[in-house]
Design a protein around this ligand. Structure first.
Ligand code: PMP
Length: 449
């Protein structure tokens, strides 16, 4: 409890902002200490898929915490880890994706995915394969390796001197096609660029390609065209490049399928998962790898040269197991698919607003792109902080959203990401769209649109 003698020593994310003090959560709602209620329209940062305060998850946490909260992964495994891994493997698109390494979150999981692929190539006698290709307008986390792989220029700028060589290709960004194509003239140049880049970098030196199946934080639910992921898979196969799907945001049902690449029947070599895997009840990430990768390490040096203090943390994996159990019992992924279609239809109504350039998404994972000029698609200058202002207006009206900007000046601009819990009702979706519309209108007025 706060006492009047306590100073505030917290190092906040935004050092100039005064944050409301969170009190409690239930279902799709969060309350602060002043009694204000918010709809969690983005599940925080696309995390909360089940909703807040689900008794079954709290019970699983309590039971595991009472039994044992911590045992180090170098000494023990746990029944909870076995159940969580088993359930995750059953959710995966192919039986060959059969081994799960647990972490504390998405960034750790991304780093782990890269390291496991790197070690695989060493174990099979191809130590020269080390480069990892990724995409611009992407996000893979905030640890140094993950920032280097990411394609958010504003976040990368601070750390350039620390980066290894990480070749980037153009994103599949249909609203702003990097190749100037329209749907009728598209020949998937964005996918073909992977092949060209592998050739430039040397197929013998390229270990992996990593990408988000649908881009989240940097552009707001960028859905590629059909055929894109199939072609990427084909190119990876041709050049013996491992395909790492970063499903930190999109995985575990968020887009209405178990994993997002299921929409295109594409099986990656490694899946990175986090966020919805624990629905935010504890920090948890996971890397699901093909048996072939696991086998090469087991029959080679025998140990993965890696590990974190909280890998396979009993409390977190118990939550993961309980979340996966709950999703299955309540058939929530199917619900996410159905409600997602309803949501997108409702959100498209916002296209009438002068500032709304595009509405897109899959499942309950939706993006609203905000532009200065709908005709030319000119983005706002980053200094205008338009998406942050819209999010602030929405927050004041009781709606939590996840604003963002691509960070690539003049290339892409502002967006609002929405990812409500799967239990949301149609009336509550109406409420989200209404409040967001009002927030956008308020900022349009401020900027004279
Ligand atoms: N990958 C993707 C696609 C993400 O969206 C994020 C988080 N927004 C991460 C990785 C990093 O996850 P974390 O914040 O849990 O480290």
């Amino acid at each position: 409890m706060l006492s009047e003698h306590m100073e505030n020593h917290v190092f906040y994310r935004n050092l100039r902002k005064t944050y409301p003090v969170v009190d409690r959560g239930e279902g799709i709602h969060i309350w602060d200490k002043d009694g204000n209620r918010y709809i969690d329209g983005s599940g925080g940062a696309c995390v909360v898929s089940l909703g807040h305060g689900v008794p079954e998850i709290l019970e699983a946490m309590k039971e595991q915490a009472a039994r044992i909260s911590f045992a180090h992964g170098s000494h023990f495994t746990s029944e909870a880890a076995r159940e969580c891994a088993d359930r995750l493997v059953r959710l995966a698109p192919d039986p060959s994706l059969s081994r799960v390494y647990f972490l504390s979150g998405g960034s750790e999981a991304v780093e782990t995915a890269v390291k496991v692929v790197r070690q695989y190539w060493r174990e099979v006698g191809r130590p020269d394969k080390y480069k990892v290709i990724s995409r611009w307008v992407s996000f893979h986390g905030n640890t140094m390796g993950a920032v280097a792989l990411g394609g958010h220029t504003a976040r990368r700028r601070h750390y350039h001197p620390h980066f290894l060589h990480t070749p980037h290709i153009e994103p599949a960004y249909c609203y702003r096609c990097p190749f100037g194509r329209e749907p009728q003239t598209c020949s998937l140049e964005c996918a073909e660029q992977l092949e060209r880049t592998i050739k430039y970098e040397g197929p013998d030196a390229v270990a992996a390609f990593i990408a988000e199946p649908v881009v989240g934080a940097t552009a707001g639910a960028l859905v590629p065209r059909d055929g894109y992921w199939q072609r990427i898979r084909e190119i990876c196969d041709t050049y013996e490049v491992k395909l790492i799907a970063d499903e930190v945001m999109t995985g575990v049902g968020r887009t209405g399928r178990n994993f997002c690449l299921d929409h295109w029947s594409v099986v990656p070599d490694v899946i990175v998962s986090a966020k919805g895997l624990s629905s935010g009840y504890t920090p948890l990430g996971a890397v699901i790898v093909k048996e072939e990768i696991h086998d090469a390490i087991r029959s080679g040096s025998g140990a993965f040269v890696h590990g974190h203090t909280y890998s396979q943390n009993p409390l977190s994996v118990a939550v993961g197991a309980a979340v996966l159990r709950y999703l299955e019992e309540k058939d929530l992924i199917a619900r996410c698919a159905t409600m997602g279609e309803v949501f997108l239809e409702k959100l498209r109504g916002l296209l009438e607003r002068p500032m709304v350039g595009d509405v897109r998404g899959l499942g309950l994972f939706a993006g609203v792109e905000l532009v200065q000029n709908k005709e030319t698609k000119a983005p706002f200058a980053p200094s205008g902080k338009i998406s942050a202002r819209v999010a602030q207006e929405a927050f004041r009206r009781g709606l939590i959203t996840y604003p963002g900007s691509g960070g690539a000046d003049g290339i892409n601009g502002d967006h609002i990401l929405l990812a409500p819990p799967f239990i949301i009702t149609e009336e509550e979706l109406d409420e989200i769209v209404r409040i967001l519309g009002e927030a956008i209108q308020a900022v349009e007025k401020e900027v004279g649109m």
